[in-house]
Design a protein around this ligand. Structure first.
Ligand SMILES: NC(=O)c1ccc[n+]([C@@H]2O[C@H](COP(=O)([O-])OP(=O)(O)OC[C@H]3O[C@@H](n4cnc5c(N)ncnc54)[C@H](OP(=O)(O)O)[C@@H]3O)[C@@H](O)[C@H]2O)c1
Length: 315
C-alpha cells in the first residue's frame, strides 16, 4: 500500500490486562475497558502468551465470547504472540494452548513476539507456516524484528504483519523497517504510542512512578536523554493547549498520522480508552506534526545506533 494513502486504525493492546508489568491492574477495569472498546467500534485486539502468563489471552477470549451476539467472531481480528519454544516441533502445541485460552478455533494473526538471539527463527517460521496451512492461524506476523531478520523471515515464509514500537520517543523502527514492509505489502502495527504512558505528562522523572513500576527503567529518564524528553513533554503540553485537549491525545494523534496501518492503544481503564477514541478525531496540522517530529529526531540522535527497540533489550 502506498504509505501516503495509509490510514491507521486504532486497536486495543491488551498487555496490561495480564497484570505483571502493570502492577495495579484491576480485573474489573480490564473488563470494562474491553467492553468500552467493543462498544466504541474497536475490532482488533492484540494480546500475547507472555502477558500475565496467559491471563490476558484468557480474559480477552472470555469477554469477546460474551459479546459474540453483538460482535460475531468473523467481525474482529484477534492477534496473539509467542516466544520461540524449545523446538519448532513444539509450535503446534503452543498455538493450541493460545486457542484454548481464547476460546477460539483460530487466531487472525500469530506473531513471533521477539527474535531470540540463541535460536534460528527460520525452522520456527516454517512450523508456523504449517499451522497456518491447517487453518489455526490466518496470518503470520513478526514483532521487534530488525531489518535483516525481517528479510530472513520474508525469505522463509509469507509474513503479513510487522509489529514495531512507534511513538515520539521511538521513531527509528518505522524508519528502518517501513521500506521493506512497503515493498512486500506487510501491514505495519505500531505499539506503545504513548511511550508506555510516559507521553501522558504524569511522569517527568523516575520518582513520579511507583517504586515497583518497571517503567522506571525506560531510557528517557536516563541523564543523557532527560532534557530532550522534557522538551518533548513541553511541546506536547503547548500543542495540547492549542487544541484544547491533553498531551496523551496529541501524542496518540501524532502516531495515528504516521504511515502505519494499525495503532495499538494501551488503555488500562474505560476512561483512558474513551479518551483515546476521541484522539482519533484530532487532525494535527502539518506544522505541528513536523515540529513534534523534529524533537523526536533530536532524541533519536542521542540514542546509540545499535539500539533497536524502546526497551534497549534483547532476548
Ligand atoms: N510486540 C511487543 O513487544 C509489544 C511491546 C509493548 C506493547 N505491545 C502492544 O501494544 C499495546 C500498547 O502498548 P503500551 O501499553 O505500551 O501502550 P501506550 O499507549 O504507549 O501506554 C499505555 C499506558 O499509557 C497510559 N495511558 C493510556 N491512555 C491514556 C490516556 N488517555 N491518558 C493518559 N495516559 C494514558 C497508561 O498509563 P498509566 O499506567 O500510567 O495509567 C497506560 O498504561 C500493548 O497492550 C501490547 O498489546 C507490544
Amino acid at each position: 500500500m502506498d504509505p501516503e494513502t495509509r490510514k491507521a486504525t486504532l486497536s486495543l493492546g491488551c498487555w496490561a490486562f495480564g497484570g505483571g508489568y502493570w502492577l495495579d491492574q484491576q480485573r474489573d477495569d480490564s473488563i470494562r475497558t474491553l467492553h468500552a472498546a467493543l462498544r466504541g467500534g474497536i475490532r482488533h485486539f492484540d494480546t500475547a502468551q507472555g502477558y500475565g502468563k496467559g491471563l490476558s489471552e484468557q480474559l480477552v477470549g472470555q469477554q469477546l465470547k460474551r459479546f459474540s451476539k453483538e460482535v460475531p467472531r468473523e467481525e474482529y481480528c484477534l492477534a496473539t504472540k509467542l516466544f520461540l519454544p524449545n523446538s519448532p516441533s513444539d509450535i503446534l502445541a503452543s498455538v493450541q494452548t493460545s486457542l484454548r485460552r481464547m476460546c477460539t478455533s483460530y487466531v487472525d494473526i500469530l506473531y513471533v513476539h521477539w527474535p531470540d538471539s540463541t535460536k534460528d527463527c527460520r525452522p520456527y517460521l516454517q512450523a508456523l507456516g504449517r499451522v497456518r496451512d491447517q487453518g489455526l492461524v490466518k496470518h503470520i506476523g513478526v514483532s521487534n524484528f530488525t531489518q535483516p531478520l525481517l528479510q530472513q523471515a520474508l525469505d522463509t515464509t509469507e509474513i503479513s504483519y510487522c509489529q514495531i514500537p512507534l511513538s515520539l520517543l521511538w521513531t527509528r523502527s518505522l524508519r528502518n523497517l517501513a521500506p521493506l514492509c512497503t515493498a512486500h505489502g506487510l501491514r505495519i502495527v505500531a505499539y506503545s504510542p504513548l511511550g508506555l504512558g510516559l507521553l501522558g505528562g504524569r511522569y517527568r522523572s523516575r520518582e513520579d512512578l511507583d517504586a515497583q513500576d518497571l517503567r522506571r527503567g525506560l531510557f528517557p529518564f536516563d541523564t543523557q536523554y532527560v532534557e530532550t524528553f522534557h522538551n518533548l513533554l513541553h511541546a506536547l503540553e503547548r500543542t495540547a493547549l492549542e487544541y484544547a485537549t491533553d498531551m496523551a491525545t496529541v501524542a496518540l494523534a501524532w502516531v495515528l498520522a504516521q504511515p502505519v496501518d494499525i495503532v495499538l492503544t494501551g488503555a488500562r481503564t474505560k476512561d483512558q480508552l474513551n479518551a483515546n477514541l476521541r484522539g482519533k478525531i484530532i487532525p494535527l496540522a502539518g506544522s505541528h506534526l513536523v515540529a513534534l517530529r523534529l524533537i523526536a529526531d533530536n532524541l533519536d540522535d542521542l540514542i546509540p545506533p545499535d539500539e533497536d527497540n524502546v526497551f534497549f533489550h534483547r532476548w
